[in-house]
Ligand binder design. Structure first.
Ligand SMILES: Cc1cc2nc3c(=O)[nH]c(=O)nc-3n(C[C@H](O)[C@H](O)[C@H](O)COP(=O)(O)OP(=O)(O)OC[C@H]3O[C@@H](n4cnc5c(N)ncnc54)[C@H](O)[C@@H]3O)c2cc1C
Length: 313
C-alpha cells in the first residue's frame, strides 16, 4: 500500500505541473466544479472579497495570516500585471481592514518566468504598497529550475526594501550555501521542507535526515534571533522547535509557527493556546489546481478526504 501511495504521490506532483492537464481542467466546467469541492477545504475562496473576512476572523481568534492570490508561471506581461494589481489590492485590503496579515507570492506569478526586469518592477511596486500597509511580502520557493533566479531577485529587492522575506527549502542540498548569501539580509526567512519533485541528487527525501536538517536551520535562525517562520504541519518539527525556543529564548516578535489553512489546524491552535506566535497561510483565487495536487501528494491519504468532499451534498 505504501508503494501505491508513493506512486500516486509522484503522479500527482507531475500532474500538478502539467500545463495540458491544467488547461483541460480549467476548460471543463464539470471536472472543475467537482475538483473545486475538494479544493475548498484548502482555499479561502475565489476572490479577495471572500478571503478577507476569513483572515479577519482568524485574526480575531489570535492567528496572524499570510495571504496569497494563488497562481504561478504567468505567460505574458498582461497576466503578470493583472496578478501584480491583485497583490496591490491585497495590500490595500490589509491596510483598510487593519488585518494582521502579510503577503506571499510566487515570483513567477508576477513575471519572473518572462523577464527579470518585468518581475523586479512589479515586485518593487508591490513592496512599496506593502510598506504603506505596514506589512511584509514573503517570496515563495518554486521548482529548482527557478531557485537561482528567485534568490537573485530577493537579494536585489532587499537592497531597497527591508519588508521582504524569502522561503528556503530544507530538502535542497544547496540550501546551506543559499543561507550564507541571505542570512545577512534583514528579511524573514521561512523554512519549509520543500514540495516539488526534483531531479535525482538535488534533494533529500522525507525522513530523519531531512527533519534533522530542517531543525538545524531552525536552530541557526532562532539562536541568532533572525526573523523566521517555522512553516510546517509536522508535529515532530513543531514540538522540537518548541524546545529550541526554550533553549535560545528568541524574542517573540522574531519567529512564528506557520501552517497552511485547512491542514492539521488543531496543531497550530494548540501552539497558539500555549502562547506561541502562529500564522495561518491563506490562499484564494481560481488557480488552485497545482496547490490541490501538492496538498494531496504530500499526504496521499488526503485523496480519500478529497473524494468524500466531492461526493458530499
Ligand atoms: C506556510 C507554508 C508555506 C510554504 N511555502 C512553500 C514554498 O514556498 N515552496 C515549497 O516548495 N513548499 C512550500 N510549502 C510546503 C512545504 O514544502 C511542505 O511540502 C509541506 O509543508 C508539507 O511538509 P511538512 O513540513 O508539513 O512535513 P511532511 O514531512 O510532509 O509531513 C509531516 C506530517 O505533517 C502532516 N501533514 C503534512 N502535510 C499534510 C497534508 N497535506 N495534509 C494533512 N497532514 C499533513 C502529517 O501529519 C505528516 O505526517 C509551504 C508550507 C507551509 C506550511
Amino acid at each position: 500500500l505504501e508503494d501505491l501511495f508513493k506512486l500516486g504521490s509522484a503522479a500527482l506532483k507531475k500532474a500538478a505541473l502539467n500545463e495540458e492537464a491544467k488547461t483541460y481542467l480549467l476548460a471543463n466546467p464539470v471536472l472543475f466544479g467537482l475538483l473545486k469541492k475538494a479544493a475548498r477545504r484548502y482555499i479561502a475562496g475565489d476572490t479577495l472579497t471572500e478571503a478577507a473576512p476569513i483572515a479577519a476572523s482568524l485574526n480575531q481568534q489570535g492567528f496572524r495570516c499570510s495571504l496569497e492570490f494563488i497562481g504561478e508561471s504567468t505567460r505574458n506581461e498582461q497576466e503578470a500585471k493583472e496578478a501584480t494589481d491583485e497583490f496591490l489590492r491585497v495590500c490595500r485590503t490589509i491596510r483598510e481592514n487593519k488585518l494582521n496579515a502579510s503577503v506571499s507570492l510566487d515570483l513567477s506569478h508576477i513575471g519572473l518566468a518572462l523577464s527579470n526586469d518585468l518581475c523586479f518592477a512589479n515586485l518593487t511596486q508591490l513592496c512599496q504598497e506593502a510598506v504603506v500597509a505596514n506589512t511584509e511580502v514573503i517570496i515563495s520557493a518554486e521548482g529548482t529550475e527557478r531557485t537561482d533566479a528567485v534568490l537573485a531577485m530577493y537579494q536585489k529587492i532587499s537592497a531597497t526594501h527591508k519588508n521582504v522575506g524569502i522561503t528556503v527549502q530544507a530538502y535542497l542540498h544547496r540550501t546551506p550555501d543559499d543561507l550564507k548569501q541571505i542570512l545577512s539580509l534583514p528579511g524573514r526567512i521561512r523554512i519549509v521542507k520543500g514540495a516539488f519533485e526534483t531531479s535525482p541528487g538535488l534533494s533529500l527525501s522525507r525522513g530523519k535526515e531531512l527533519d534533522e536538517t530542517y531543525l538545524a536551520y531552525a536552530e541557526q535562525l532562532l539562536s541568532t534571533g533572525h526573523l523566521c517562520s517555522i512553516a510546517t504541519q509536522d508535529p515532530f518539527i513543531q514540538q522540537s522547535v518548541k524546545q529550541l525556543i526554550g533553549k535560545h529564548q528568541p524574542a517573540a516578535q522574531s519567529y512564528e509557527f506557520e501552517s497552511l489553512y485547512g491542514i492539521q489546524t488543531q496543531q497550530l491552535t494548540a501552539l497558539k493556546e500555549e502562547g506561541y506566535p502562529t500564522k495561518m497561510y491563506l490562499v484564494y483565487g481560481h488557480e488552485w489546481y497545482l496547490y490541490l495536487c501538492n496538498r494531496i501528494a504530500e499526504h496521499p491519504v488526503n485523496i480519500f478526504q478529497a473524494l468524500n468532499d466531492i461526493v458530499a451534498e
